[in-house]
Design a protein around this ligand. Structure first.
Ligand code: CU
Length: 465
């Protein structure tokens, strides 16, 4: 650094000293995300590295981590050979920043840049991912964590993020190129054969007895849902889809549907020197996802006894007595018996629809494009009550952009403690009632986050004006 630049810098710092405190406090880091091709070893040293697409060449991409009240300021510089965009999953943001190419912005072409700027209204655990040919681009690795830190977070020894994913790899560890395959579109989506945590297969992490860990689980899979057990450990759930819930301890497996998030407090109650396996049992087979290895020396003799409750969400409460009430039935896919549906406004037999690559419908309408008539068209401020009926043989994580919905009941049973979600996982034949205030103007996607299902018609628009 020469004397001249040093002087310039000291002038700048002198100026910062005079800024009003509120302004100085909100100065947030800026980020550049360059989606590009890279290589990464996923399955271990005995296998070749895998060609991936990653933000800044990594999977997960560079963590975007800011404090609540600060702005997200990210410049995307597209170094791929194809167009892309970034969606900020779960954030209530202005429509123009939502990142859905073809709906809220044009795709970012190769060599072009796009700057995303918004201030997230809610703290919590979110993620970002491509929203162009998502089933291919996310499947190749274009995603990363987005963490908005609470002003007053619970005291923990470590705050860890696990982006859980699964990859469909061939024997030489290369990615299987069959993106959007017909069977995946009509069945459970692109389920992979290599489940990973933060891009590593069968990883091992070191922990200490008595340690308290906040674990942010983010499911970045195309299609795989997870149901995680932590061996002898008993997690406490403190947030779902980024929003605080009343903390509860549970021995039941923690379900994280595709695109969903769950925040846990995990007290490391295992013996020094012991080893605990985290397993997934969502589908028929149970397998080991990752292993926790306890150090020989404890961190402390007994777990912390400090509070773990997060501040209550500040999302507007829907007014159920004046809500617009709507039932939405998902139908189609294999083994559903769907006979016909509307494609481009015309009734057609399922065979004819399938010939064009579509197999799903919401309220008999195939969501084949982004500029369709909206499923919901309402005024800003209107409360909406949605009853979602999964009349299919497969689970569907249904993601609403730009809003959070309060989950009120499941299969007609009212929840004792309703909670906020943006990606509720509906099991086969399940019904959920949710409500939200349509307070964010714009055209928003509402779609299944099994990315192959969305590509095959399981999507719709919510218009708020
Ligand atoms: Cu689905």
């Amino acid at each position: 650094m020469n004397r001249r630049t040093f002087l310039q810098l000291s002038t700048i710092s002198a100026c910062i000293g005079k800024l009003p405190i509120a302004l100085a406090k909100s100065a947030a880091p800026t980020f550049t995300l360059t989606p590009k091709k890279a290589q990464m070893n996923i399955v271990g040293a005995e296998f070749p590295a895998t060609d991936i697409w990653g933000f800044n060449g990594e999977v997960p991409g560079t963590p975007i981590r800011i404090r609540h009240g600060q702005a997200v300021d990210v410049t995307v510089s597209n170094a791929l050979e194809v167009p892309t965009s970034i969606h900020w999953h779960g954030i209530r943001l202005p429509n123009a920043m939502d990142g859905v190419a073809g709906l809220t912005q044009p795709a970012i072409k190769p060599t072009e840049q796009f700057r995303y700027q918004f201030t997230p209204p809610d703290a919590g655990t979110y993620w970002y991912h491509s929203h162009v040919n998502a089933y291919e681009q996310i499947g190749r690795g274009l995603y990363g964590p987005l963490i908005i830190e609470e002003t007053d977070p619970p005291k923990v020894d470590r705050d860890l993020t696990w982006m859980i994913d699964d990859w469909r790899l061939l024997d030489d560890a290369s990615i299987s190129e069959d993106f959007g395959a017909g069977h995946d579109r009509s069945h459970a989506g692109r389920i992979g054969n290599v489940p990973t945590v933060n891009g590593r297969f069968r990883d091992v992490i070191g922990v200490q007895s008595g340690e308290r860990i906040r674990l942010r689980l983010i499911n970045a899979s195309n299609a795989r849902n997870f149901s995680l057990s932590f061996g002898e450990l008993t997690p406490s759930v403190i947030a779902i889809d980024g929003q605080a819930v009343k903390p509860y301890q549970t021995k039941k497996p923690i379900v994280v549907g595709a695109s969903g998030r769950v925040d846990l407090i995990l007290d490391m109650t295992g013996e020094p020197g012991s080893s605990h396996t985290v397993t997934d049992s969502f589908y028929r087979q149970t397998y080991n996802l990752i292993r926790l290895e306890f150090a020989d020396k404890p961190l402390r003799e007994s777990p912390l006894d400090t509070p773990i409750t997060l501040a209550k969400p500040t999302i507007p409460e829907p007014d159920l007595s004046n809500a617009l009430k709507l039932e939405v039935t998902m139908a189609g896919g294999a083994m559903s018996g769907l006979q016909r549906a509307k494609l481009n406004g015309e009734w057609m037999g399922l065979r004819e629809i399938a010939q064009q690559g579509y197999v799903w419908a919401m309220n008999d309408i195939v969501g084949n494009k982004l500029d369709m008539p909206p499923l919901i068209d309402t005024n800003k401020g209107q409360s909406v009550q949605l009853t979602l009926v999964n009349n299919t043989a497969f689970p569907h994580p249904m993601h609403l952009h730009g809003h959070h919905m309060k989950l009120l009941s499941v299969d007609g049973q009212a929840l004792a403690e309703p909670y906020w979600v943006d990606s509720p996982l509906l099991m086969p034949r399940q019904t959920m009632t949710l409500a939200f205030v349509a307070d964010n103007p714009g055209d928003w996607l509402f779609h299944c986050h099994v990315l192959e299902h969305h590509a095959a018609g399981l999507g719709a628009l919510v218009r708020v004006t």
